[in-house]
Design a protein around this ligand. Structure first.
Ligand SMILES: Nc1nc2c(ncn2[C@@H]2O[C@H](COP(=O)(O)OP(=O)(O)OP(=O)(O)O)[C@@H](O)[C@H]2O)c(=O)[nH]1
Length: 323
């Protein structure tokens, strides 16, 4: 969800940047044309058309990241070209273009693009016969470094927000919010692309007695150990979520031998998850493979019913839903 918000935010920034660029550059197309400066007018109109095309492509394709990167290179190339063609008259455009690069791409990428554009300008334009090269280098460095620090701070804040939004604070497993959106994606993947998934609820057995015997802090540690152990035995694209208390949900792409996978996982947890006095802690599994017509609610309900049966069968076992 937070990724979608970020994408919407980036798209609206991109649209705003495009609008501002067009409104700012267009009057100069007219001025340069009336002055008879057709090369500069041509570069400006190329910039406007390129930006319009890129913004439109980003809007319809939703490939914001790649289009933003192309736009960043495009406007930096454009500003170098206009400074070479038009000289000192277009020099002030360098500053807004360099600053806006940090809105389009990641901070380090923006710094590199600015660096290459700056070097190209120093090497290829003759404006430094008129203005001081030292002043240019110092002011552009100040601008780029300030923008870099600000943008890096923004990236850190976004990553923290993403973590707070999707990760269970105690165990480090994904939280219910992440689970809801991943289940939706898994269902649509299964319905539309035939990529079936398996959903299982994992519930620690007799966990209350761990708390009662060793205290809540040890219980917390057992939950953390459970997540570490389980995560180390599942695949890169498999996801473990804390459903609540000592209940977890596992969402995995369908593999060829579901029963063997679940059995191996159950055995691994049993061997590795221990109380402080070395006694094994077992887990019960309620497993619901995806079937056509599954909804988020029915999927969890089928897994929960299977878990109920597993607990009823004496725990430390996995029951597959046959619905
Ligand atoms: N330490 C700790 N305990 C928790 C947390 N969340 C829930 N619990 C405890 O988990 C225990 C769950 O107890 P029950 O629902 O009876 O389950 P159980 O003892 O595992 O029994 P079965 O599931 O039937 O095998 C309760 O004692 C809760 O207090 C947590 O975040 N930390």
């Amino acid at each position: 969800m937070i990724n979608q918000l970020q994408q919407k935010y980036q798209l609206s920034l991109f649209l705003l940047l495009g609008t501002v660029a067009i409104m700012g550059v267009f009057p100069f197309v007219v001025i340069r044309y009336l002055d008879g400066n057709f090369i500069a007018a041509g570069i400006d109109i190329t910039l406007i058309l390129g930006i319009v095309a890129l913004v439109a492509y980003a809007y319809f394709s939703k490939k914001i990241r790649i289009v933003s990167a192309i736009a960043a290179v495009f406007i930096n190339t454009g500003v170098v070209a206009i400074v070479i063609a038009n000289g000192i008259d277009s020099f002030l455009w360098v500053y807004p273009v360099f600053a806006s690069t940090f809105i389009l791409v990641r901070p380090l990428e923006a710094l590199c693009i600015n660096f290459v554009a700056g070097v190209a300008m120093v090497a290829l334009s003759d404006i430094f016969n008129t203005i001081s090269l030292n002043s240019f280098v110092i002011t552009i460095l100040m601008l780029s470094m300030s923008a870099f620090i600000h943008a890096s701070h923004g990236v850190k804040q976004f990553l923290l927000l993403k973590k707070l939004n999707t990760i269970d604070e105690l165990t480090g497993a994904f939280n219910r919010r992440a689970m809801s959106s991943d289940i939706k994606a898994a269902l649509s993947n299964a319905e539309n692309n035939g990529i079936e998934q398996l959903l299982a609820i994992l519930d620690l057995d007799y966990f209350k007695t761990v708390n009662d015997k060793f205290g809540h802090a040890v219980g917390d540690q057992v939950l953390k150990d459970f997540v570490t152990i389980t995560t180390s035995h599942i695949g890169k694209y498999d996801r473990l979520y804390r459903f609540g208390g000592e209940e977890f949900v596992l969402l995995i792409p369908n593999m060829s031998d579901q029963h063997m996978f679940i059995d191996n996982l159950k055995t691994a947890i049993k061997q590795e998850l221990k109380t402080p006095d070395g006694k094994e802690i077992t887990v019960s599994f309620g497993v619901a493979p995806w079937v056509p017509g599954t909804t988020a609610d029915t999927w969890l309900q089928r897994a929960d019913e299977a878990l109920y049966l597993a607990k009823g069968q004496g725990r430390d076992c996995a029951v597959f839903s046959n619905k």
